[in-house]
Design a protein around this ligand. Structure first.
Ligand code: FAD
Length: 288
C-alpha cells in the first residue's frame, strides 16, 4: 500500500492519495494501560499509517483522556490523530469549545458521531439528536476534515434499510469520509457502497476491521451494533486460546482484508483494541 503522497494534515487529502492504513485506539483507563498503549502506538507507527483515531466515551466520559491522547500522539508522530466526538448529551457551546481547543493544538480532523442514548432509558439531553447536526456545526465552525460512522448491516436504531441508507448518504454528503462498524462478510460492505452509489453518494468509506482476539466481548459488541457474527468462525475461536486463537483471528481478518483490497476499497481501518500483535501480523500478511 503506497504512503500518502501528500503529507497533508487532513485525512480527506490522505484518502485521496490512498489507499490508506489506519488504526483505532481507545483512551487508557490507568497508568499501566497507558504505558502499554504507548508501546502499541510506537510499534504500529512503524507501519506508517495515514492516521489513527481515538474513541470518545459516551456523554463525554473520556473527554479529557481522549483529548490528551490525541494531542500527545499528534505531537510525537508524523501522522494525524483524529478524535472521535459524540454529540448526544453535549450543548453546542461545549462542542465549539472542544473544537477550538483541538484547533489550537493543531488537530485538523474529527470523527463526528451521535453516540448512544443513555442505557437506563433516561431522556437524551443536550442540543443534538443526530450526528449530521454535529457535522453541520463542525463544517460551519472549522476547516477540519470530517469523518462519520457507517453501518454495513444497518444501524440498529434504523426502522429499515432504505431509511438507514438515505440518512447515511445525506450525512456523508456533509462530511468528507466514512468509517464502518466492524463486519465479517465483504458482501455487506460492498452492498452498502452500491446502495450509496445508487443514491448519488461517492464519499470514501473505510471498512473497519476487527481481529477477533476476544470472541466473547466482540460478540457482545456485535449484538449492540447489529453485526452478524459468523458462527463457524466463533466455534473455532472459542474452542481454543492463546497463540492458536490469535492465528485463527489473524487468518480470518487477513482473508477479509484481502477480499476488500481486491475490490478496491479506499483503505483499511483496524480496530486494534490497543493491542499490537494481531493488527501487525495481518498487515504483514497483506504486505502493507
Ligand atoms: P447517526 O448518524 O445520528 O445515526 C443514528 C440513527 O439515527 C441511525 O439509525 C440513523 O439512520 C438515524 N438517523 C440519522 N439521521 C436521522 C434523521 N435526520 N432523522 C431520523 N433518523 C435519523 N460511540 C461512542 O460512544 N464513542 C466512540 O468513540 C464511537 N466511535 C465509533 C466509531 C465508528 C467507526 C463507528 C461505526 C461507531 C462508533 N461509535 C462510537 C458508536 C456510535 O456512536 C453509535 O453506533 C451510535 O448509535 C450511532 O452513531 P452515528 O454517528 O452513526 O449516528
Amino acid at each position: 500500500m503506497p504512503k500518502p503522497a501528500a503529507a497533508s494534515p487532513f485525512i480527506a487529502d490522505r484518502l485521496a492519495a490512498g489507499p490508506t492504513l489506519s488504526f483505532e485506539f481507545f483512551p487508557p483507563a490507568d497508568d499501566v494501560a497507558a504505558r502499554s498503549l504507548e508501546k502499541t502506538v510506537h510499534r504500529l507507527a512503524e507501519l506508517d499509517p495515514a492516521f489513527v483515531s481515538v474513541t470518545y466515551g459516551a456523554g463525554g466520559s473520556t473527554r479529557d483522556n481522549t483529548r490528551d491522547l490525541v494531542i500527545d500522539v499528534s505531537r510525537h508522530q508524523s501522522f494525524p490523530a483524529m478524535p472521535h466526538l459524540t454529540c448526544m448529551g453535549h450543548s453546542r457551546t461545549e462542542v465549539v469549545e472542544m473544537l477550538d481547543d483541538y484547533a489550537a493544538h493543531g488537530i485538523h480532523n474529527v470523527l463526528a458521531l451521535a453516540g448512544d442514548p443513555p442505557a437506563d432509558g433516561s431522556p437524551v439531553t443536550g442540543d443534538f439528536a443526530y450526528a449530521s447536526e454535529l457535522v453541520e456545526l463542525v463544517r460551519e465552525h472549522t476547516n477540519f476534515s470530517i469523518g462519520v460512522a457507517a453501518f454495513p448491516e444497518n444501524h440498529p436504531r434504523s426502522p429499515d434499510r432504505q431509511t438507514d441508507r438515505r440518512h447515511l448518504a445525506a450525512k456523508l454528503e456533509g462530511a468528507d469520509f466514512g468509517i464502518t462498524q466492524f463486519f465479517f462478510h465483504a458482501d455487506d460492505y460492498l452492498r452498502m457502497i452500491d446502495e450509496l452509489t445508487q443514491l448519488g453518494c461517492d464519499r470514501p468509506v473505510l471498512p473497519g476491521i476487527i481481529p477477533v482476539v476476544n470472541p466473547t466481548s466482540i460478540r457482545r459488541f456485535a449484538v449492540m451494533n447489529g453485526a452478524a457474527v459468523p458462527e463457524e468462525l466463533w466455534t473455532r475461536l472459542e474452542a481454543t486460546d492463546g497463540d492458536e486463537r490469535l492465528a485463527i483471528a489473524v487468518d480470518a481478518a487477513t482473508a477479509l482484508c484481502a477480499e476488500l483490497l481486491e475490490a478496491g476499497v479506499p483503505g483499511i481501518h483496524f480496530y486494534t483494541l490497543n493491542r499490537t500483535a494481531a493488527t501487525a501480523q495481518i498487515c504483514a500478511n497483506l504486505g502493507l
